[in-house]
Write a protein that binds this ligand. Structure first.
Ligand code: SF4
Length: 255
């Protein structure tokens, strides 16, 4: 059968509800128009609208992406139990298999370190959170590292790195997929700096650093800390922060 150039082109077909159907040949479209079974919508390009609706198969439901933590283990550096409340809840919501990690040689003095550690131990038991406890108290190493860099911010970068690097080291040695830290929840910490250092040390040890702005859970953190009657400290951790919390002039006195 002879075909013309026009026959090889396609016409757009709409049903009576205006839903787009498979296109058809120009010839068939003209036949439908001639038979009074369709109305001309546009001549060029040729678009016709059928006088009846077509039962289209339902569109497949979009498949939701699996939660980011599905099937993945994460080692969560925990600075204190209150900051661990929302953070653990959120990571579990994302389906991570969460293990806490305690390593905070910055906390001064020893009695304060112990009080925070014991609070976390009690809370972890309540929420069924496994925790890896780093042994000892490396306060001397921390102080040696920040000597000459005592200014707020400068010493914090050293403090973040020390804690996150140990977290990445342990995570790699024990086969975790990723690390993150409860420090990301605090509005008093430098979140961008934590993220940068976290990503650096994670890459160094071949694990992922999971970043999320956990600060959106700050109010929930307070609620959960009160509900579980957790000890809430009034200073960040190091001896300098204890001084700064009590003396507003202290930061100006830093070298
Ligand atoms: S203020 Fe907090 S983050 Fe900064 S060095 Fe002290 S303990 Fe570390």
């Amino acid at each position: 059968m002879m075909t013309t150039a026009g026959d090889s082109e396609r016409a757009t077909v709409l049903d009576a509800d205006g839903r787009r159907l498979s296109s058809t040949t120009i010839k068939k479209a003209r036949r439908l128009l001639a038979a009074g079974r369709a109305t001309l919508v546009s001549e060029s390009p040729l678009v016709i609208r059928l006088h009846y609706t077509v039962n289209l198969p339902p569109r497949p439901e979009p498949v939701a992406a699996p939660p980011v933590g599905e099937g993945r283990t994460i080692l969560l550096h925990v600075c204190c139990a209150p900051c661990g409340t929302y953070t653990v809840e959120r990571l579990r919501e994302l389906r991570f298999e969460v293990t806490g990690f305690w390593y905070n040689p910055n906390i001064h003095p020893w009695s304060e370190h112990e009080r925070r550690r014991e609070t976390l131990a009690r809370y972890a038991a309540e929420i069924d959170l496994p925790v890896i406890w780093s042994q000892g108290y490396e306060m001397r190493e921390f102080l040696r590292a920040v000597v000459g860099h005592e200014r707020f911010g400068e010493r914090c970068a050293i403090c973040y790195r020390m804690r996150l690097e140990r977290t990445a080291q342990v995570a790699a040695a024990q086969g975790f997929d990723a690390i993150t830290t409860t420090l990301l929840i605090s509005p008093h910490q430098n979140q961008n700096l934590i993220r940068r250092i976290g990503e650096e040390v994670a890459a160094l040890y071949g694990v992922d650093f999971y970043f999320e702005n956990f600060r959106r859970g700050w109010a929930r953190r307070g609620h959960l800390a009160r509900k579980h009657d957790l000890y809430q400290q009034r200073y960040c951790g190091c001896v300098y922060s204890e001084w700064e919390a009590g003396d507003p002039e202290a930061r100006k006195k830093a070298p």
